[in-house]
Design a protein. Structure first.
Ligand code: ADP
Length: 634
């Protein structure tokens, strides 16, 4: 029978498994047992509404068996099983292959561990320890059984086989031992017992194995015999049902890694048990890093939902608000009916109460972390902070009370050269100068670039603190917030910046009024790239800078135009070219206006180009500008 080929990505992954240098090969057992447990969950869940399943909760089990001589380890379950098509589809491709973007082999070398962890490669991990794998399965409701078999990357076969009962038997032929690797350990009872305790103790179905021990033969004084008995290797208590004081941090971490396919321990574990309005236990995790697809459309938020320890939903999205979509974990409540349908669940009052309580709890735990462990909080914020800001923006500030004090922004305060500091809004306001009624900010790619903007330099030199908004979402977020503690947010690169005294303001106004004709001419020379030209008195040294009027700043213009769905709309900031009123260029411009309009047109274009460069923007017409500058030089 001709072998079928694995899909390309699966094949690469398999190759990696077969030749794996991954040190934690032992996790393969956890993966197989977790699949078996899921399969049993599915059938058990069905048995609740379908009498023909004919099994009680206590009938379900996962069974391990070893045959040392032939180096065989089997994992058997009486779960839902797989049809022929399911064997092909589930085991012929990795589940998430669609979103797997494999790097080149060269890059992969150092990344193996991450890939194994990140994608939770499940079943395939068995190829780290086995050189041949057989999966015999009979699906619930089918009277045929099939066997899938493979020795690795060169393909697999699927054939009919005999199997009397519903469920799956996975037979691993364990690799021969080598100098470096003693694969034989996976055939030893003590080692298997250890692995189950470590990774699969909480599995709610018994994991059984026939084990033997030597004991004194009855009626004799010194004769021993091997006694075989069925041993249940796991305690079956879900980790969230154990008294909190009895569970070590590492146990939570192992549980999290196994259940939520992460290679890194969570940053924070949150456990909550309540009685009263809603009775439930929640075990929540804040990951240490964003999953690879977190900021993509593919990411689905949600918590696992259990009713009295029976899983009723894998991802209940109604339990988490969008701004906390990074939280993983589960909720177990006795108040929820087991047979509740997904549609009904959406309207369930109980569920809404739980969701509200969880949201409050998560917010308060984050608040605590911010106060007690700043370093950890900053690590959290680098991964997920954008989501909190997005949460404020996308609800038009409806949840500002909950979120605004959890936000961090980069800031000019206390930063040493080359260092980026973060501040909360409260800290900014606490440091604000007397009578300061604004929160100043500026937008740019990096804190370093923002610090060099002429307007920023000038605000800093007057002793004010400036927030450096470097994330795409930042400015949208502060625009929705509008103010914090009665201080309005103000972009220092807009025309509203107003730091001078009355006398200076009057001078500026007069100068602007007197030069209206000049500015009109300059604007026409530059074209519709600028809405206006005018003097400013906020620049320290530079001759020119760009600012904007209205709601769309120069920074937002760029972000908005690269967002999907805005093609062709060409959203424009009302860009203003500002000229330093105390710079000698002012007199030169006035002179040219009276004597050499042609040259003034060239000057205008060059000044606009300079302002773009100073603001960290590219030139739209570098060749033209370069020619103009050369003309001036010769
Ligand atoms: P994952 O478990 O992350 O989906 P796996 O590669 O471990 O990925 O398994 C792929 C799929 O194969 C599972 O989602 C499940 O549908 C099916 N499967 C694996 N093992 C079993 C089993 N013992 N019984 C029934 N189905 C199984």
């Amino acid at each position: 029978m001709a072998k079928k080929q694995f899909k390309t990505e699966s094949k690469k992954l398999l190759d990696m498994m077969v030749n794996s240098i991954y040190t934690h090969k032992e996790i393969f057992l956890r993966e197989l047992i977790s699949n078996a447990s899921d399969a049993i969950d599915k059938l058990y869940f069905r048995s609740l509404t379908d009498d023909s399943v004919g099994l009680k909760h206590s009938d379900f089990e996962i069974r391990l068996a070893v045959d040392k001589e032939n180096r065989i380890l089997t994992v058997t379950d009486n779960g839902i099983g797989m049809t022929k098509d399911e064997l092909e589809n589930n085991l012929g491709t990795i589940a998430k292959s669609g979103s797997l973007d494999f790097k080149s082999d060269e890059e992969n070398k150092n990344d193996k561990i991450d890939i194994i962890g990140q994608f939770g490669v499940g079943f395939y991990s068995a190829f780290m320890v086995a050189d041949n794998i057989k999966v015999e399965s009979r699906a619930y409701g089918s009277d045929e059984a099939f066997v899938w078999e493979s020795s690795g990357a060169d393909g697999y076969t699927v054939k009919p086989c005999d199997k009397d009962t519903v469920g799956t038997v996975i037979t691993l032929h364990i690799k021969e031992d080598t100098e470096e690797e003693k694969y034989g350990e996976f055939l030893e009872t003590y080692r298997i017992r250890e692995l189950i305790k470590k990774y699969s103790d909480y599995i709610r179905y018994p994991i059984k194995m026939l084990t033997s021990h030597r004991q004194l033969k009855e009626g004799t004084e010194n004769e021993y015999e091997d006694v075989y008995e069925d041993e249940t290797l796991n305690s079956m208590t879900p980790i969230w049902k154990k008294p909190q004081s009895k569970v070590k941090d590492e146990e939570y971490a192992e549980y999290y890694k196994a259940k939520f396919a992460d290679y890194e321990a969570p940053l924070k574990v949150i456990r909550q048990s309540t009685e009263g309005n809603a009775t439930y236990t929640a075990l929540l995790f804040i990951p240490a890093h964003a999953p690879y697809d977190y900021y993509s459309r593919d990411y689905e938020k949600g918590l696992q939902l259990y009713s009295s320890s029976v899983m009723i939903m894998e991802k209940c999205k109604d339990l988490l608000p969008d701004h906390f979509s990074f939280v993983k974990g589960l909720v177990d409540s006795a108040d929820l009916s087991l047979n509740i349908s997904r549609e009904m669940l959406q309207h369930d009052r109980q569920l809404k109460i739980i969701a509200k309580a969880l949201e409050k709890k998560i917010a308060s735990e984050l608040g605590k972390m911010l106060k007690s462990d700043r370093e950890k909080y900053e690590q959290f914020f680098k991964e997920f902070g954008a989501q909190l800001k997005w949460g404020i923006y996308s609800t038009f500030g409806a949840n500002r009370e909950e979120l605004q004090d959890l936000l961090l922004f980069k800031t000019s305060a206390d930063a040493k050269p080359g260092e980026v500091k973060f501040t909360t809004l409260k800290e900014y306001v606490d440091r604000a100068r007397e009578n300061q009624d604004k929160i100043y900010y500026a937008v740019g790619e990096t804190a370093e670039k923002i610090a060099m903007l002429p307007q920023v330099e000038s605000v800093l030199s007057k002793g004010y603190e400036v927030l450096y908004l470097t994330e795409d979402i930042d400015e949208f977020c502060v625009q929705i917030l509008r103010d914090y503690d009665k201080k309005a947010f103000l972009n220092v690169c807009t025309d509203n910046l107003d730091l001078g005294d009355e006398e200076e303001k009057a001078q500026l106004k007069e100068a602007n009024d007197n030069s209206e004709e000049l500015f009109k001419f300059m604007k026409e020379s530059i074209g519709d790239k600028v809405a206006k030209v005018r003097y400013t008195n906020t620049l320290k040294n530079h001759a020119v800078c760009l600012s904007s009027e209205g709601n769309v700043s120069v920074g937002m213009e760029q972000i908005l135009n690269k967002m999907p769905g805005t093609e062709g709309q060409n959203i424009k900031a009302e860009t203003v070219l500002e000229i330093n009123m105390d710079h000698p260029i002012k007199d030169k411009l006035l002179f040219l206006f009276g004597n050499d309009k042609e040259k003034l047109a060239d000057y205008s274009k060059i000044l606009y180009a300079q302002a773009r460069l100073i603001n960290g923007l590219n030139l739209e017409n570098p060749a033209e500008i370069s020619d103009l500058v050369c003309d001036l030089m010769v």
